[in-house]
Design a protein around this ligand. Structure first.
Ligand SMILES: [Zn+2]
Length: 118
């Protein structure tokens, strides 16, 4: 558990014209200097996922695709931060999980596709 730091990782699955199915995820190290307020995903994790997808045998359905990223906002909102907006890759999906430890655990999730920006 990364809390109170931000966790981050990669999302894989299938993208269709009207739907998105996340079939797996891979956690990654957060290399940000201030990991409580930002995330910098370990690029080795991204390279490993790309290599894994390229080397996987096609399935009856389809080979999973790299869809995007997830990260948490400890004690924050599901709205993307300025840094999130500035670093988003157009066309990829960003799942933000707001996590708080005050009271019962609460989770809010937003999945947004970056098109130029969110
Ligand atoms: Zn963020």
């Amino acid at each position: 558990m990364a809390y109170p730091a931000e966790c981050c990782g990669l999302l894989m699955g299938h993208r269709r014209p009207t739907s998105l199915t996340i079939t797996s995820h891979r956690s990654a190290a957060n290399l940000a200097r201030d990991s409580r307020r930002a995330f910098t995903l370990d690029p080795d994790a991204l390279l490993a996922v790309i290599r894994e997808i390229r080397s996987s045998a096609p399935t009856v359905d389809r080979t999973p695709q790299f869809l995007g990223f997830y990260h948490s906002h400890p004690n924050g909102s599901i709205q993307p931060s300025r840094a999130d907006l500035a670093s988003a890759w157009p066309g990829y999906f960003y799942l933000i999980v707001a996590v708080g430890l005050a009271g019962p655990p609460s989770y809010a999730v937003a999945l947004q596709r970056a098109v130029g920006s969110f």
